[in-house]
Design a protein around this ligand. Sequence first.
Ligand code: C5P
Length: 247
Amino acid sequence: MDSIEYKKSSISRTTLEYTGKAKKVYATDNPDILWIHYLDQATALNGKVKETIRGKGELNSAISHLLFTYLTNNGVANHYLYTISKTDELVTKLNILPIEVVTRNYASGHFVSKFDAVAMQKLDPIVQEFYYKSDELDDPFINDSQILALGFATADELTQLRQESQVVNKKLTRLFEKVGIKLIDFKLEFGRTKDGNILLADELSPDNMRLVDIETGKSLDKDVFRQHSGDVTVGYHEVLTRLQEII
Ligand code: C5P
């Protein structure tokens, strides 16, 4: 079992670079490292609905730590370095691509509302979608030629985003299955290192993946907040506890 080790670090936080929906990102005294602080915040509808939820930052941080550590140990390079407190971690500074990569194993969320698909039907093949990261434009759907024409990524990079997302999907699907959870869909973000290599970034938590209890069908992710169907931290806690048993 992985009980989180908070690493003592000589790195200091400097200026606030960016406040996201559930995180603050700070520069540090090392130009290659960023400091992420997880907030006790949940948002829906691209930030239009916002609520403070006590303990959520800690849960997101702990789950993200476990999932990134698992991926690192299973050959998936990513930006995560180490956790320094219950809500803070250090990551490699990347030039983040303005693209969200969504992978869907089962129909849910916007896939159902857009295509009137049967909710929870198994998707074969697995669906991959790109979205342009823009709150002002509500993260519109974007296709390959649009990405290339706008210079958001190269053709090679798009191939890598697809391949990496498939690898992450296989590894996380198997991991979650072991603890009785079905991975419905998820969103990944990627960035370029200073050498121009593509690396998995952002966070890995029930804020950006749909997770359902295999036995009960209960939702263990942010849908509970989106749909006002209960205390979102209950499911997150369940996910954390189950992952801690095996990672
Ligand atoms: O809303 P939609 O069905 O397109 O979401 C697909 C998956 O991507 C869900 O797991 C959702 O949590 C995630 N997502 C995200 N950030 C967004 C859009 C979707 O984490 N901006």
